[in-house]
Design a protein around this ligand. Structure first.
Ligand SMILES: Cc1cc2nc3c(=O)[nH]c(=O)nc-3n(C[C@H](O)[C@H](O)[C@H](O)COP(=O)(O)OP(=O)(O)OC[C@H]3O[C@@H](n4cnc5c(N)ncnc54)[C@H](O)[C@@H]3O)c2cc1C
Length: 433
């Protein structure tokens, strides 16, 4: 009987250190350098950020998503979850701890499928925190259905030549390399006919048409690129994994990526929730504190319960990943967590905004900006609807149709069976019926 909801004291010490370090040393960077998390460090930022990264390394907390063989600490997903709950409060914290998306997922697939040469060239600089990467899969005409992708890679001598367009490739503008999904064999099913390529961003023919921003970011200022690949020639050893392996690789990458987003989302929800509670206890109206108004109490109670449910589900899923060491075995729960994320954060942030009144929607608090996180999480790494389909399919695998068309719970049949089972006793009662 091994149910345990406690963190061991040694790791709790680490968590306490992380919480204080992030609040005191890292959150100021969010205010000083917003949006520069994925821009290579200039001298002034390096002077601040490098020592912070070193402190994290000295505590043995660098790149905690990875095992010791790759420079991480091998904590596993459950501990990572407890850490990410804290890191998710700050946009710079994942960078300072060497575990930022999308680089974590990209590092994971190179670690898993890369050759020794590919690991030396692409993985090591990522692990050192000295470069960024971009995952280039979605196309302008197709996102949630990858079987529609048309970007093509054709063998030519010892090389591959890639042609096509990709959309919303996050951080491509500052990435050292791109992981590009392309059709290599149109004669077979897309599930076997697509492959992944490691493409340095400065390869001739890679053209960022424009950078797309989110919400109110100024036009051209965003970090999600529309990219044209025009006769992009890469050597045979640019192929990641085997030919036709793209779907398997994508599943490895996105499984980890999705649950890591969920862990950080808890952190963001906690931040909005804390703000809501503080405001409720600080603001008076119509003869009393907001905290004494039943509507506000409802906001707080609903948010508390919603977040506790979500957190437990994320932690249990993280525990399952550690236990099975195979994302495919936890696919249903990862997909289910993914479908919950947008709703939980949107509900909590909206309530926090409401409790803050006009200040809540202003640009003097982070809440209005946080509000876009819900819709973003409902799309990035696949839309909610597609994940619901996955959940339902996986759930239904564990169920069977009824044998004769009548529901198993149909009362007349169950009653007849119950009567038959206890007929000897019922006979005695007949006279009283
Ligand atoms: C912030 C952000 C970062 C991103 N970063 C990257 C990145 O780094 N690399 C990358 O390759 N892509 C990235 N994406 C793209 C993301 O993967 C796609 O947006 C996503 O897969 C959906 O594709 P789409 O936008 O083309 O929408 P579509 O495929 O056009 O879908 C639109 C809508 O149709 C509905 N829908 C789709 N399929 C179904 C279905 N089966 N059943 C019911 N309804 C359905 C859903 O409501 C869906 O939202 C990013 C997206 C965002 C928002």
């Amino acid at each position: 009987m091994a149910w345990d909801f406690e963190t061991d004291p040694e790791f709790q010490d680490q968590l306490d250190w992380i919480a204080a370090f992030v609040a005191e040393e890292v959150e100021p960077l969010d205010l000083l350098w917003p949006g520069l998390e994925f821009t290579p460090l200039d001298d002034s930022r390096r002077a601040v950020v490098d020592p912070l990264k070193q402190e994290v390394r000295d505590r043995g907390l660098w790149a905690s998503h990875l095992g010791p063989e790759l420079g991480g600490n091998g904590y596993g997903q459950l501990k990572l979850s407890l850490m990410n709950e804290i890191l998710g409060r700050s946009s710079w914290a994942p960078i300072v701890f060497g575990c930022q998306a999308p680089d974590t997922g990209n590092a994971e697939i190179i670690a898993h499928y890369g050759t020794p040469d590919q690991k030396a060239r692409y993985l090591q600089p990522l692990l050192d925190g000295e470069c960024f990467s971009s995952y280039s899969m979605t196309e302008p005409h197709a996102g949630s259905d990858p079987t529609l992708f048309t970007t093509r890679a054709v063998p030519d001598g010892d090389d591959w030549v890639i042609n096509g367009s990709k959309f919303f490739s996050s951080n491509a503008r500052t990435a050292a390399f791109l992981i590009v999904m392309a059709l290599t064999d149109p004669e077979v099913s897309p599930y076997q006919g697509m492959s992944m390529f490691l493409v340095p961003t400065d390869t001739p023919g890679v053209e960022i048409v424009r950078n797309i921003g989110l919400g109110s970011e100024p036009p051209g200022e965003g970090s999600h690129a529309l990219i044209d690949y025009r006769d992009v020639r890469v050597p045979a050893d640019a192929l990641l994994g085997g030919e036709g392996q793209a779907f398997a690789i994508a599943q490895t990458r996105l499984g980890g990526g999705r649950i890591h987003h969920a862990m950080r989302t808890i952190g963001l929800c906690n931040r909005a929730f804390d703000m809501m509670c503080e405001r409720a206890l600080s603001r008076e109206t119509q003869g009393g504190l907001l905290a004494e108004k039943q509507f506000v109490q409802g906001f707080i109670a609903d948010s508390y319960a919603q977040l506790a449910q979500f957190r437990l589900f994320v932690l249990q899923t993280a525990w399952s990943i550690d236990r099975y060491q195979d994302y495919r075995k936890v696919r249903k729960d990862i997909a289910a967590v993914k479908t919950l994320m947008p709703g939980v954060i949107t509900d909590i942030v909206l309530r926090a905004i409401q409790v803050h009144g006009a200040l809540g929607v202003s640009n003097e608090l982070p809440l209005a900006q946080m509000l876009l996180t819900g819709p973003i999480l409902g799309l990035a790494d696949g839309p909610t609807e597609v994940h619901k389909v996955t959940v339902a399919r996986q759930v239904l695998r564990d169920h069977r149709p009824s044998q004769d068309g009548w529901p198993t719970e149909h009362r007349p049949r169950k009653l007849a069976a119950a009567r038959e089972k206890y007929a000897a006793y019922l006979d005695l009662e007949v006279g009283n019926l």
